[in-house]
Design a protein around this ligand. Structure first.
Ligand code: ZN
Ligand code: ZN
Length: 263
């Protein structure tokens, strides 16, 4: 029996993979991670397709998103958003984002973050694709914007989940599932996240790396890569009292259904 995992969130277009992307993909396959979704973080109209290009070269294994990260929200002018919308219809694009609010780093002014988030939800509703939400230190306002912009019409993923079970439940009420990263494997300040991972209903749980960031234990501090999602999955299986195989099967079926990625 082959155990398959899908890494629902990685950044393979980053230059940290320029030298060895083929080895990274080979190691992923060996770890059972045959498929992955690489996330677009556009900063200018010319790079909106950077994740799509990675997927286009390997359509049997990789899908993409297009979007503007909250860190770059102040760059999301009409021209950039128009290009996101144009490429959102590409058949290799399964979701729009990552988009959202990051009030921890505040790399872009909050008002720009709110505007870019709202504009991208509107795009997703027009192209009828789910969204990938990045939220940090802004739980209430994230839920409020999702509600106000009718994001439940498309649903999607709260990625790199870093809140607690109450937030996961409120997000799920709006049609948003939780994607857990290597954070759950850390030893400090993750009780709320681990509790959420334990309690999340079967149909609403995904796993991701957010590579190159957030390597799970025992690779913490090193460059992350999709193969490592198996450590996160193993940790969550233990928290939920199920086998690794069951957790892998569950999260893979969920990713296929939520992203519309049939084999
Ligand atoms: Zn993110
Ligand atoms: Zn990301």
């Amino acid at each position: 029996v082959t155990v398959e995992l899908i890494d629902t969130h990685c950044h393979l277009d980053f230059d940290r993979y320029d030298e060895d992307i083929e080895e990274v993909l080979t190691r992923a396959e060996a770890a059972g991670v045959r498929r992955m979704m690489t996330i677009g973080c556009a900063q200018a109209p010319g790079d909106v397709d950077s994740a799509i290009r990675i997927a286009r070269a390997r359509p049997e294994r990789i899908r993409a998103t297009v979007g503007v990260h909250p860190h770059d929200a102040e760059k999301s002018d009409a021209a950039l958003l128009a290009e996101v919308e144009r490429l959102a219809s590409d058949p290799l694009v399964l979701a729009i984002g990552e988009m959202g609010l990051d009030f921890y780093y505040d790399n872009s002014p909050r008002e720009a973050q709110r505007e870019a988030f709202r504009a991208q939800i509107a795009i997703a509703r027009r192209v009828k694709k789910p969204i990938v939400v990045h939220t940090r230190a802004a739980p209430e306002e994230t839920l409020e914007i999702l509600r106000e912009e009718d994001a439940p019409d498309v649903g999607g993923i709260i990625h790199c989940f870093s809140e607690d079970a109450a937030f996961a439940s409120a997000a799920l009420d709006l049609g948003f599932v939780a994607s857990f990263s290597g954070l759950v494997t850390f030893s400090k300040n993750v009780d709320g996240i681990r509790d959420a991972a334990a309690k999340q209903p079967d149909h609403a749980i995904l796993v991701e790396t957010d590579a190159p960031y957030l390597s799970p234990h025992p690779f913490r501090g090193k460059r992350n890569e999709p193969a490592h999602v198996k450590h996160t999955a193993a940790c969550i299986a233990e928290l939920r009292g199920v086998s690794f195989e069951e957790l892998a099967e569950l999260t893979t079926r969920n990713a296929e259904r939520i992203l519309g990625w049939a084999e």
